[in-house]
Design a binder for this molecule. Structure first.
Ligand code: URA
Length: 189
C-alpha cells in the first residue's frame, strides 16, 4: 500500500498484473485533485485515453465533462476520475473479470488515499463490481447506497448516453443529486 497518489501512480505505471500491459500505450491511472471527496469510476480506457494517459478524454469524456460542469463538478477542482481497469482492453471490449480483479488493488489504494465521501460508478461494469453484482443501472441509478460510510451511486455511462440520449436528463439528475449530497455533507463543491 502507498500513502500518496504520486508514489502509487509511479508504481502503477510499471504494472504487469494482467495481459492488458502487453497492448497498452499508457497506463491510465486517474486524474483530479488529491483532496477530492467525490470519486468517479468508469470502466476502462478507450483508444483516446490509451493514447493520452488520461481517463475520459474521448467523445464520451467530453459529454461527461459537460454534464459534470453543469453540476458544478470538475476534474480540475473537486472530483477525481479513475477507471476499474487502468489499461485499454483491445477493441474496447469489456474488461474480463480476471483483469478487473488484477487491477483492483490500484483502485483500492487510490480509494484508501482519497477517502472519498461519495463514489459515482459510471456504467454497469463499475456498478456491478463495486456496488452489487446484480445492480441494474436503468432501475437503480441515482440512489445512494451507504457502504461502510461511503455513499455509492451508479449512473449511466456517457457512451451509453451517446447511443441512447433519452437517458441524458436522468443521468444529469443523478450528477446534480451527487453535487447536492456533497453540499449537504459540507464538501467543497
Ligand atoms: N470509458 C470509460 O469507462 N473510461 C474512460 O476513461 C473512457 C471511456
Amino acid at each position: 500500500m502507498y500513502d500518496n497518489l504520486d508514489e502509487l501512480r509511479a508504481a502503477a505505471l510499471q504494472c504487469q498484473n494482467c495481459g492488458l500491459c502487453a497492448t497498452r500505450n499508457n497506463v491510465v491511472f486517474g486524474v483530479g485533485p488529491a483532496d477530492a471527496k467525490i470519486l468517479l469510476i468508469g470502466e476502462g480506457p478507450g483508444e483516446n485515453e490509451d493514447k493520452q494517459g488520461e481517463p475520459f478524454v474521448g467523445r464520451s469524456g467530453q459529454l461527461l465533462d459537460k454534464m459534470l460542469e453543469y453540476a458544478g463538478l470538475s476534474r480540475k477542482k473537486n472530483i477525481y476520475i479513475a477507471n476499474m481497469v487502468k489499461c485499454r482492453p483491445p477493441q474496447n471490449r469489456d474488461p474480463a473479470p480476471e483483469e478487473i480483479e488484477a487491477c483492483m488493488g490500484w483502485l483500492r489504494n487510490q480509494t484508501a488515499i482519497l477517502r472519498p465521501s461519495i463514489i459515482i460508478c459510471i456504467g454497469r461494469i463499475a456498478a456491478v463490481s463495486l456496488i452489487r453484482k446484480d445492480f441494474k443501472v436503468t432501475k437503480e441509478h441515482g440512489q445512494f447506497i451507504d457502504k461502510n460510510g461511503t455513499l455509492m451511486m451508479g449512473t449511466f455511462h456517457p457512451a451509453a448516453l451517446l447511443r441512447n440520449p433519452v437517458n441524458k436528463p436522468a443521468a444529469m439528475e443523478d450528477l446534480l443529486g451527487a453535487a447536492k449530497k456533497a453540499r449537504e455533507l459540507g464538501l467543497p463543491v
